[in-house]
Design a protein around this ligand. Structure first.
Ligand SMILES: [Zn+2]
Length: 458
């Protein structure tokens, strides 16, 4: 019964994250919203000894320890998350660790390589040393897309006297690590359950799952509205189940948008609320380490409120109507709707500093969406004029001149936007500014628009 009120928040540090002081303030905010724990996925952001030479370090281990201690002082449990097979891109992209890739792929560790398990045990040791008060450890275990595809793994599967296929390979590996964490550190292990749910042979699954510690928590992640119906998949596993929503995960054409679709997230959270299960609200920073950062946490203030206080709370929020407008405008990629939404956004009232910054990011995001459409329009015009010119319809003294001056206006607007973006990043002490700005620039078609003149001369 006690677990019914569990509302954990997953923070994925491979995305855009705040500096240490701002992070502490965020923890305070999360506690005030009612989260009872944080699942912390440090990923590539701290100097792991066992993965020396890999990562994009942002925090020292001391800083992470102090954050954990602070979260605990706010009555939030800290659960470290490390991956043990799939989503090891940040390590496996390095040449130094290329021998551990499953069949050459960057995302999976090969479970048959003798070094893999040794490394992972070291990682568990290092994690426990960093989080000595942890009661649970999340071992990941999702989306091992290339499981069993290398020659060594395939030979293992073929020679398995029990004919357990890939599931045997998977559970042998996972249970070895889960039992190691359980026996050595008394940690209750959490696992994403998608790899188990996929198994069609339920008799085999039943046998294989007996190898895991009895108290292992299966975290069933479903990020669309079909969460409740999908629970039948995990019921076959017969384990303690937590549900996982997404406060942010990949959305349609996420790489071109600064703003995600808020109501899809509310619908997903609402679905999980109905199940009465303990919930882990995930906050993904990128689709994986080789893809784009989604945006700062400031973009997720309504989602943080909905996850912590419940969707009913945001339904009463003064931003309610604006959020509907914003979703509609961004989805429609409609200039007039976006302009209207921007005007409405400027009038939003804020009840705390988090909402102030959330509002500031929404305004920046809307300006970006508008500029993206404007630059796209200008680029289309340039291309059409180039074709017309070829057919003797050039007009350098007339419309070409007007278009050029319009383009100059857009260029200045972009300059101003980038300056405001940088200021926002600095004010909130956020990481990865250049990468984020350059990705947005790629969508402004900047090179094509403003460097065309030089190209022509060549
Ligand atoms: Zn292999």
């Amino acid at each position: 019964m006690e677990e019914k009120a569990v509302k954990f928040l997953h923070l994925d540090l491979k995305g855009i994250v705040p500096g240490i002081d701002r992070f502490r303030k965020y923890l305070q905010y999360f506690a005030s919203l009612g989260y009872s724990g944080i699942v912390l996925e440090c990923d590539c952001r701290i100097p792991w000894k066992c993965w020396e030479g890999a990562g994009e370090i942002l925090f020292t281990k001391e800083e992470i320890s102090s954050l954990a201690e602070y979260a605990e002082s706010l009555n939030m449990e800290i659960v470290p998350l490390i991956q043990c097979m799939g989503h090891m891109e940040w390590v496996l992209k390095e040449e130094k660790y290329s021998h551990l890739r499953e069949n050459g792929y960057y995302n999976d560790l090969c479970p048959s390589h003798p070094e893999t398990v040794e490394k992972l045990k070291e990682w568990i040791d290092e994690t426990f040393a960093l989080f000595p008060r942890a009661k649970r450890l999340h071992l990941g275990g999702d989306e091992a897309w290339h499981l069993g595809s290398c020659p060594v793994c395939q030979a293992k599967i073929t020679s398995d006297p029990l004919h357990r296929g890939k599931m045997g390979l998977f559970t042998d590996h996972i249970s070895l690590l889960a039992n190691y964490a359980k026996e050595k550190y008394s940690l209750q292990v959490m696992l994403w359950d998608d790899m188990f749910c996929k198994e069609e042979n339920k008799l085999l699954l039943d046998e294989e799952l007996k190898k895991l510690p009895a108290d292992t928590i299966f975290v069933h992640w479903k990020y669309q509205t079909d969460a409740e119906e999908s629970l039948a998949e995990t019921a076959a596993c017969n384990r303690i189940v937590w549900g996982a929503s997404a406060l942010r995960c990949s959305w349609q054409n996420h790489f071109v948008h600064a703003l995600n679709f808020v109501h899809e997230r509310f619908a997903n959270i609402s679905c999980w609320e109905k199940t009465g299960l303990p919930i882990l609200h995930t906050t993904w920073g990128r689709p994986n380490n080789l893809w784009n950062p989604y945006g700062p946490w400031e973009a997720l203030i309504p989602e943080f409120i909905a996850g912590g206080k419940g969707v009913k709370e945001v339904e009463k929020h003064p931003w309610k109507d604006f959020l509907v407008l914003m979703d509609e405008a961004v989805k429609a990629c409609d200039y007039k709707k976006l302009e209207n939404c921007l005007a409405e956004g400027e009038k939003l009232s804020c009840s705390d500093e988090w909402e102030e910054e959330g509002k500031a990011f929404f305004l920046l995001g809307l300006r970006y969406e508008i500029l993206r459409l404007e630059t796209k329009g200008h680029l289309e015009l340039l291309r059409i004029r180039a074709v017309l010119e070829k057919y003797g319809r050039g007009d350098p003294a007339g419309c070409e001149k007007d278009y050029a001056s319009c383009r100059e206006k857009v260029r200045l607007k972009i300059e101003k936007w980038e300056k405001d973006l940088e200021e926002f990043w600095k004010r909130n002490s956020l990481s990865d500014f250049e990468e984020y700005r350059d990705l947005r620039r790629a969508e402004f078609f900047i090179a094509e628009l403003f460097e065309r003149k030089t190209d022509d001369k060549e």
